[in-house]
Write a protein that binds this ligand. Structure first.
Ligand code: PMP
Length: 352
């Protein structure tokens, strides 16, 4: 820290992204990226757009917003796009959480929520997941704060039902409920269908996982028109050009190429089921993941040791040094061949 840093920055615990070591080539199963390239149509649109980058992008992102609205079956007025879904999540913290409206989220969830609370100087409350890592929705009812729930949750991979989400929305009509659907395309159920019924719902999604665009940074939020107006106010007060030209057209290409998207999702789900079955045969316990990762533990080896030994074997997975989950590893679903290599390495490490 420099001597100039203010008190807020001094106290901040910044987010720690998954490691990207440069010492050798790894099979990278630690940041939930897609093993497949973006749609060829998205790549073509990107190439066609490159010459236009001397011009600022359309700050309203009209074409992209229209394409998203059509895909998720809402009006364009219900959509905002962002630089990754992290950005729209941060907009929600800026717009809705304050001294009197703490951010509320599970104790085991996406680590960035706590960081957003910190950087925005707002209080937060963590509610413990049950022993089986499920969310007890009753603990969130009538809460005085802005609720953030990842559905499916990360790193547990578990989903909650739309009925539970409706209970939450009904019990909290004067507070915003944010449902973070970064992983919903891998088998979850989206709450977007509820936005007409509940004006306090904000759903966020991303192109980073299911649409293979983590490096292009594109996310979006879907909500009532009024919420979108609030979030746009934040966007136009921070970075009106938050989505660059190349990313915007790639997003449109990715949405137009639905077949490619669906094929990739099926392959990832197939590889996920293969990985979970093989891990179970080796004595692992796995959560019922609805995402593009598995969350698994073994009585034969600690989470940290498995993570370290896999790394020695050229495979990166994610391990969290956090109570209750320190015995687990989170393994992103790569290509089928990568998952076979992962299972082979686990077998070797366990001496089976
Ligand atoms: N929500 C959850 C639960 C995530 O795991 C991630 C990815 N790390 C994000 C949101 C943000 O992803 P992105 O900014 O790439 O859209």
């Amino acid at each position: 820290m420099s001597k100039f840093a203010n008190g807020k920055i001094n106290k901040l615990d910044a987010y720690v992204p998954g490691e990207q070591p440069k010492d050798k080539k790894y099979i990278k199963l630690n940041t939930n990226e897609s093993p497949y390239p973006p749609s060829p149509l998205a790549v073509k649109y990107a190439c066609d757009e490159l010459e236009s980058v001397r011009l600022y992008p359309d700050p309203d992102c009209t074409n992209l917003i229209n394409a998203i609205a059509k895909t998720v079956n809402v009006s364009p007025k219900n959509v905002i796009v962002s630089n990754g879904s992290d950005e729209v999540l941060n907009f929600a913290f800026i717009a809705y959480a304050d001294e009197n409206n703490p951010a509320i989220f599970p104790d085991i969830t996406y680590g960035f929520y706590k960081v957003f609370a910190g950087v925005n100087g707002v209080p937060f409350e963590e509610i413990a997941l049950k022993d089986d890592f499920s969310i007890d929705i009753n603990e969130y009812l009538d809460k005085n704060g802005v609720i953030f729930i990842a559905n499916p949750n990360a790193p547990t991979g578990l989903e909650i039902s739309l009925e539970d989400i409706e209970l939450l929305l009904k019990s909290n009509p004067d507070r915003v409920v944010v449902i973070d659907e970064a992983y919903v395309d891998f088998g979850g159920k989206s709450a977007i269908s509820l936005i007409d019924k509940y004006d306090n719902l904000l759903v966020t999604q991303t192109f980073s996982k299911s649409r293979s665009m983590a490096g292009a940074r594109l996310g979006f939020g879907v909500a009532s028109e009024k919420i979108i107006e609030d979030l746009n106010k934040v966007k136009y007060s921070t970075n009106p050009y938050n989505v660059n030209r190349v990313t915007a057209v790639m997003g449109i290409g990715a949405l137009e190429d639905n077949k490619y998207f669906e094929n990739n999702i099926s392959s990832i789900i197939e590889s996920r089921e293969y990985t979970q079955n093989e891990l179970k045969k080796l004595g692992f316990t796995c959560t019922n993941s609805k995402t593009n990762f598995v969350f698994a533990k073994s009585d034969k080896i600690s989470g940290e040791e498995l993570y370290l030994k896999l790394k020695e074997n050229g495979i990166l997975v994610r391990h969290f040094k956090k109570d209750r989950i320190s015995n687990y590893v989170r393994v992103s679903i790569g290509s089928f061949e990568e998952m076979q290599a992962f299972i082979g390495a686990v077998r070797k490490i366990l001496g089976e």
